[in-house]
Design a protein around this ligand. Sequence first.
Ligand code: SAM
Ligand code: SF4
Length: 459
Amino acid sequence: MNSAKVKIKIVDFAVYLRKLYFMNLFKNTIESVSEKFLRGVRQAMSGRGADYTFRRVNSQMSSGIAETSVYVHIPFCLSLCPYCPYNRIPYEKDASNRYMKALKKEIESYSERFGSKKISSVYFGGGTPLLAGKNIYEIVKTLKERFDITGDFCIEANPNDITDESIALLKESGFSSISIGAQSFDDNLLKSIGRKYTAKEAEKAIDKVMKAGFDSVNIDILFALPQETKSQLKYDIEKALSLGTSQITTYPLFTFPYSEISNFKRIKRVKSPSVMKRRNMYFQIYDSLENGGYERCSVWSFKKGKEAKRYSSVTRERYIGFGASSGSYYETHFDLNTFSVEEYIRSVGKKGNAVALRVNFTKKMSKLYDFYWRLYDTYFPMKRNLAYSSYSINTDKDFTFYMKVLLYLRWAEREKDGFSLTREGSLWVHFLQNLMSLRAISIVWGEAKKNPRPDKIEF
Ligand SMILES: C[S@@+](CC[C@H](N)C(=O)[O-])C[C@H]1O[C@@H](n2cnc3c(N)ncnc32)[C@H](O)[C@@H]1O
Ligand code: SF4
């Protein structure tokens, strides 16, 4: 290359760098303005005294609840999917055994400290809970011995966890609800998101679970995957419908800034579908499932007619979380266990619990929190006595302004005893959810994954 060409290349490169700098500057300014705006809106909604900051704590505080639900987190996976934002680490037999022992101890210490509670449901999530094998049975046994369990046992599973042995274990332990993370029935899409099974294997697993006679079988399907076409989505929905499970849940792929898929997209310049495309995909799913005899039971989930039993992972009023990264919600505060598996084992071994962070809730914050989950359910009863709570919620009175806005925008409709979201409303709830809560989760989980015991996290 002669020197003139070299000069041109250097100038080109300098122009490119300058462009990059201004693009970043512009992006950063927009991000910081929208961040301030969102925080301002939330503060106005939450009123005086609301402080969205997790602070470091070292001991539990139960606030005397008599009845609640339980979440158990098992963080091990055979391979780590690049899009997954949850607290998960590669499976190792020794670490898994030590972890399960700590889990048992955490449950025992909790019951010794705060007494037996009435438990309205138990949910095992992950990670991949079934990798713990027979230890699952032990944990269920401990929960049954220590608490008064009145509700169902539910569990999440990967298609390749499903064998005759694992089904027998679930049945023996008393699980009545199961969710299979199929994600897609297209081999190319499965491969592109790093799943280690084929569509045929996923179908076989679902078939096996259906034949085993659980009260409720949910399947998770991801959509808005990078470069997913309309016909691929159509195929996934038709296949899901043909399997006839009691519930189908479809999640748009959320990309958290700290997940590997964000890096992947940045490097390869792979794009997720635009907002308009996501809107069309959501309506495509919504209409196909309703026409296929399913009815909406949350923003993302559809159950097979009125009779089907709903499978729900998130909309509990109160819960105690056991395991690394589990949260416990007590109305007056929200506690978060350390995310680090080794710190969890060490801390439970030493003092029986691994709580690392706490955010205090004012009454208004906890009412808003409840309102948020009713938005997620897509239905708000007019009057609600919150179980085990010191107050009740009157949607008309407590949320007059928000309900007026929702009705005005035709995002909600008034019914005899409450309000329900319209199709358009549930779509926008999904976008708002993206904006507000996933942003907050991203900040908290992103930091808690880096540091086992952060001093504070403002979100
Ligand atoms: C955390 S996984 C646990 C169950 C099991 N390990 C699995 O992968 O199927 C539970 C569900 O979360 C959903 N999920 C995981 N990462 C997601 C993401 N980035 N965006 C949307 N949904 C996601 C998937 O649909 C998955 O079935
Ligand atoms: S999506 Fe499931 S299998 Fe994949 S890493 Fe997350 S928890 Fe593990």
